[in-house]
Design a protein around this ligand. Structure first.
Ligand SMILES: Nc1ncnc2c1ncn2[C@@H]1O[C@H](COP(=O)(O)OP(=O)(O)OP(=O)(O)O)[C@@H](O)[C@H]1O
Length: 302
């Protein structure tokens, strides 16, 4: 796995406060990496340091294994948290201007912007002032701006916030196209269901520190295994099976966690549940349940 963007010991202090503290993670080539953490965890600060918009107190950012340069960053697409569009300027003019800032010749910027507007269903809005667009459409314009120069990496701060489901889907398609052509993408989000559905990897920040990183599956595997048990009568007996932590019993159904997720201990507990259940009647279901990301998140940030 090529790690295209790497942060190594990245640290940012504001006066006495350290808001990003020794943060090291990878954003690999061709992958969507989700960046999650509560309000004030330090996501925006980290992204701004990656983009060179904020000074680094300690640590470094690497691009393809060497310290990143200003020229590298010019070929990155960035969507800032504060959406930096000019309300009074016309949409297409604005995109051409931003395209030129990122190094494109005007004609090419215009062609690329028109094509993207078309794709996002905004072809007829190019002549409108930005302020006339809904917030979701302004956000589409912002992502178009970040993609104009065929960036070699994407750093997106909350690209999904405020988008309706259809716009989320277009954004998802777009990001997948970018990763398919090998671009590393880092995006922050508070929408964990979306992050779970979308990202290949995840970096979890809490109070300025990385508390977990890896695929959702890897994070899930670090926690206890969950089982759903369905019997033909009250499942309260499951409380007495050693090695089982009961989350919920509702009549014949139970949701439990295995205290020990290492094989063969977990296998033994699963067998014990089955045996105890069959001793009392039928066992209609005994299945592993995928722990939702929201709960994994709660555990790692607790
Ligand atoms: N210029 C600044 N001066 C002082 N403190 C700052 C500055 N910028 C950010 N901070 C502080 O750094 C911390 C991290 O903020 P940051 O915006 O990076 O968090 P975040 O994870 O992006 O949060 P959110 O999800 O709310 O956007 C916050 O406590 C914030 O108040």
């Amino acid at each position: 796995m090529d790690a295209m963007i790497e942060t190594r010991g990245l640290t940012r202090r504001f006066g006495e406060r350290t808001v990003v503290d020794d943060v090291s993670f990878d954003v690999p080539d061709g992958m969507l990496t989700g960046f999650v953490g509560g309000n004030g965890a330090g996501k925006t600060t980290t992204m701004r340091m990656i983009m060179g918009l904020l000074g680094i107190s300690a640590g470094e950012v690497l691009w393809q294994g060497r310290p990143i340069t200003a020229a590298d960053r010019r070929r990155f697409g960035y969507m800032p948290e504060e959406r930096g569009l000019y309300p009074k300027q016309k949409v297409l003019d604005q995109l051409v201007y931003l395209g030129e800032l990122s190094g494109l010749p005007a004609a090419q910027a215009r062609a690329s912007a028109s094509e993207s507007l078309e794709r996002f269903g905004l072809a007829d809005r190019g002549g409108d002032r930005v302020e006339k667009l809904s917030l979701g459409n302004q956000q589409r314009v912002q992502i178009i701006a970040a993609l104009l120069n065929r960036p070699q990496a994407l750093i997106l701060d909350e690209p999904f916030s405020g988008l309706d489901p259809a716009a989320v889907d277009s954004m998802v398609d777009l990001l997948r196209e970018e990763t398919a052509r090998g671009v590393p993408v880092l995006f922050s989000s508070h929408q964990l269901d979306l992050v779970e559905r979308l990202c290949d990897r995840l970096v979890v920040l809490r109070a300025g520190e990385v508390v977990a990183q890896g695929s959702v599956e890897e994070l899930r595997a670090r926690g206890p295994e969950r089982l759903r048990v369905v019997t033909d009568r009250d499942a309260g007996w499951i409380r007495d099976v050693p090695g089982v932590h009961v989350l919920d019993v509702d009549g014949p159904e139970a949701l439990v966690e295995l205290a020990d997720h290492d094989l063969p201990a977990a296998d033994a507990v699963r067998r014990a549940i089955l045996t105890a259940g069959l001793d009392r009647g039928e066992v209609r279901e005994l299945a592993t349940v995928r722990t939702p990301l929201s709960e994994i998140y709660r555990e790692v940030t607790a």
